[in-house]
Design a protein around this ligand. Structure first.
Ligand code: SAH
Ligand code: F3S
Length: 464
């Protein structure tokens, strides 16, 4: 009885944390399964950024708790941001939880589970909920283990934890704590190990990656610690592609812009959250930049890398958002022509500064503003995808596509998802693909191996 299913809500950091927990559990003899119905233990790794995300996890926990009533051996745990945000108050709603684990304690999950299972067998004190929500010095260095049993062509690497900003709408500084950075050595070692196991692309993760190492690692000839880290990773042999998410417009300085002109592994794609295109709104959100500055960064990036793809996060319906302020967001959104965007309707989070403001934009206005931006995005994504039809793209093949049937999924440098019939032997390789067809979200293509028989393509000429 030690089959564990981990369900992850929210962002890539959560996915990464779940991977690390899974790897640690495997190392301890647990088997990690892909389906909650065959699991004896279910762990929910939760998100607190919007109310909807919390409600989903609460609903799921309530549903799973019923399973405990038929099977008292079934173990249910809640980890991550919602656990941290709501703390033991969550137990009033969900009294059947066995484990409640905060964001700095993921690495303790295997030990806590062992302890819980022992006590369940009558080998320890009677089981009640095991709770650990404390801060822990050095916990940023514990998110190292990877899944291990399947080759991850593209892997997430956590470079830091927490956030020191004070965006008025955001719960993350509360759930993730202050910024803590991993050492460059440890990050590079982890990437070298990944590459030795077949990884070709890494995505560096942090709440604000470009504040990596601030006030701890000195600038070198005007180069910030984050760009120094990129330089070191760029030099790792066998690694082909570097991505990161997310940077903040505030620290997006010249050294980072210029890195796009000189670090050949740095992929031409940036996710740069703008939140709003209105200066008065940015002030109320406590985002320390202006619309003009944001557009200037976009121009600088495009000057260095004309092909660069851009995506962003936007919140509509923040307290007091006027029609005029939204119009500023709409016009910026149109002007930049993002390749991708996450558009969120403002969700009040108790404990944040903006929760003291009146959540006064009616839901139907939030819906309408959301739809206006989604329509613009749909059009600009389709236009950009269609422009690629007929072109040849270097695609790093990540694995079989969900729809199967000999179709494989990969991405071009600009992070566009591309589906292509291929052979499993090509997974992990960067192959030339001719784009045949475009939809809003995906491109379909064919391998372009000019004269090379597909069966022989394990030694395909690799282009980047
Ligand atoms: N720095 C992090 C941001 C984490 S939150 C990152 O870039 O990964 C992710 C996004 O959720 C934010 O950029 C913001 O657009 C959105 N968000 C945060 N708090 C929100 C709230 N209270 N309501 C709606 N959207 C929110
Ligand atoms: Fe949240 Fe702002 Fe930090 S959006 S994660 S407080 S940069």
């Amino acid at each position: 009885m030690n089959r564990v299913y981990i369900k992850t809500y929210g962002c890539q950091m959560n996915e990464r944390d779940s991977e690390a927990v899974a790897a640690q559990l495997r190392a301890r003899g647990y088997s990690v399964v892909e389906n909650e119905h065959v699991a004896d233990i279910v762990l929910l790794n939760t998100c607190a950024v919007r109310d909807q995300a919390e409600q989903k996890a609460i609903g799921k926990s309530g549903y799973l708790a019923k399973r405990k009533r038929n099977n008292p051996d079934f173990v249910l745990g809640v980890m991550g941001c919602m656990a941290q945000n709501r703390g033991t108050a969550l137990l009033e709603k969900l009294p059947d939880l066995d484990l409640l684990v905060g964001t700095q304690k993921f690495h303790r999950v295997p030990q806590m589970l062992d302890q819980f299972i022992q006590s369940q067998k009558g080998l320890g004190p009677r089981p009640s909920t095991l709770v650990d929500l404390d801060a822990e010095e050095g916990s940023e260095e514990t998110i190292r283990e990877h899944l291990g049993d399947k080759q991850a062509v593209s892997a997430f690497v956590s470079i830091m934890q927490g956030c020191n900003m004070h965006c008025t709408f955001c719960i993350v500084p509360k759930t993730r704590g202050p910024e803590r950075y991993r050492s460059m050595d440890s990050i590079c070692e982890e990437i070298e190990e990944l590459v030795a196991n077949g990884t070709r692309e890494v995505t560096l993760l942090g709440q604000i990656v470009n504040s990596y190492g601030m006030r701890q690692i000195p600038y070198k000839n005007g180069i910030s610690p984050f760009v120094q880290l990129l330089e070191r990773i760029n030099a790792i042999e066998g690694l082909e592609r570097i991505r990161y998410t997310s940077p903040h417009p505030r620290g997006f300085q010249k050294d980072l812009v210029e890195a796009y002109g000189r670090l050949e592994k740095l992929m031409p794609y940036v996710h740069l959250p703008v939140q709003s295109g209105s200066d008065s709104m940015l002030k109320r959100m406590r985002r320390p930049y202006t619309r003009r500055r944001f557009l200037e960064i976009v121009d600088q990036l495009r000057a260095v890398q004309p092909e660069i793809a851009l995506s962003t996060d936007i919140i509509v319906g923040f307290p007091g958002e006027t029609g005029e302020e939204f119009e500023d967001t709409r016009s910026l959104f149109e002007e930049v022509g993002f390749d991708m965007a996450f558009i969120f309707k403002y969700s009040e989070r108790s404990g944040t500064k903006s929760a003291e403001m009146d959540d006064d934009v009616p839901p139907e206005v939030k819906d309408e503003r959301n739809k206006i931006l989604l329509d613009i995005l749909g059009e600009s994504s389709l236009r950009r995808n269609e422009a690629l039809v007929g072109s040849m793209q270097p695609v790093l093949l990540e694995g079989p596509a969900r729809k199967g049937k000999g179709i494989f999924m990969g991405r071009n440098p600009a992070n566009r998802k591309i589906l292509v019939p291929a052979s499993p032997r090509l997974v992990g390789q960067t192959v030339p693909v001719r784009i045949l067809e475009a939809t809003v979200s995906v491109l379909n293509g064919e391998l372009c191996l000019s004269g090379i028989d597909e069966e022989e393509t394990a030694v395909l000429p690799v282009s980047k």
